[in-house]
Design a protein around this ligand. Structure first.
Ligand SMILES: NC(=O)c1ccc[n+]([C@@H]2O[C@H](COP(=O)([O-])OP(=O)(O)OC[C@H]3O[C@@H](n4cnc5c(N)ncnc54)[C@H](O)[C@@H]3O)[C@@H](O)[C@H]2O)c1
Length: 252
């Protein structure tokens, strides 16, 4: 199926690699006009048929300037996030603040900046809008070892998502979260390499990540993007405030 997002304007954060890039590509192939953004502008090279912009979602000023440039949109995909490795005993206040700023407050910044335009466009066109926030299965849904502050941030994303959904439910603006299991992305490869140093090789570390997925394999960014297209499209018009698990059975 193609054209499921025809006529819609979308913004994607962290579109340089991994899940964000796959989402930007899927939105384009379904007919959306896509603003692909990332803190690393060079990482956006090669993304076809997108408007590319450098954007650090940790900067309120940069987010406000970007929102002004882009104008009203229909779809906002908040993908940027960082995985801190460790328990509560490994998490300094600076680690806590960084993780919450990048994983949660960035969504507050983006939604605050783009929602007025989304409301305007939804009212003028008589259509709805869709906000998609990247959470994780490691959140309030599942405790995962060494994902202390990461899990706390991704649980907060679910609370933020439900709060926005409830406040704007009468306006046609929907807000949903995606909660992936272990997905093969460039940063996961880095985490595998890091763990490999502790467990005696990258292959062993890879097997450990796979072993927590009951299906016996990791997920792909494209599988997450397919869910994002559904949540962005009018096919999911009756869906808001949800935490969409896509985790290969990790939480079973
Ligand atoms: N990969 C997984 O297994 C997995 C599982 C569950 C949830 N997630 C979530 O999915 C999202 C994407 O993860 P991924 O592993 O696909 O991507 P990744 O970690 O490989 O890439 C992250 C991207 O974010 C960009 N970025 C970093 N800081 C930024 C900032 N301040 N502003 C804008 N962009 C910034 C980077 O340049 C990079 O392109 C994250 O929120 C992550 O927590 C990932």
């Amino acid at each position: 199926m193609a054209g499921r997002l025809k006529g819609k304007i979308a913004v994607v954060t962290a579109a340089g690699q991994g899940i964000g890039r796959a989402i930007a590509e899927a939105f384009v192939s379904e007919g959306a006009i896509v603003w692909a953004s990332d803190i690393n502008r060079d990482a956006l090279n090669g993304l076809k048929r997108t408007k590319k912009r450098k954007l650090d979602v940790r900067s309120s000023r940069a987010v406000a300037t970007f929102a002004e440039k882009v104008g009203p949109i229909d779809i906002l995909a908040n993908v940027a996030g960082y995985v801190h490795h460790g328990t509560v005993l490994d998490c300094s206040e600076a680690d806590w603040d960084f993780s919450f700023d990048l994983n949660v407050k960035s969504m507050h910044r983006m939604i605050s900046a783009f929602l007025p335009g989304m409301l305007e466009r939804a009212t003028a066109a008589g259509t709805g809008g869709s906000i998609i926030n990247m959470s994780s299965a490691a959140s309030s849904l599942k405790g995962a070892p060494n994902r202390y502050v990461y899990g706390a941030t991704k649980a907060a994303v679910l609370g933020l998502t439900k709060a926005v959904a409830a406040d704007f439910i009468q306006t046609g603006i929907r807000c949903n979260a995606i909660c992936p299991g272990t997905i093969r992305s460039p940063s996961l490869e880095e985490r595998i390499a890091e763990l490999g140093k502790e467990v005696g090789g990258a292959d062993k570390a890879f097997d450990l990540f796979v072993s927590r997925q009951p299906m016996g394999r990791l997920g792909t960014p494209e599988e997450i993007a397919a869910l994002a297209v559904y949540l962005a499209s009018d096919e999911s018009a009756f869906t808001t405030g949800t935490a969409n698990l896509i985790d290969g059975g990790w939480t079973l």
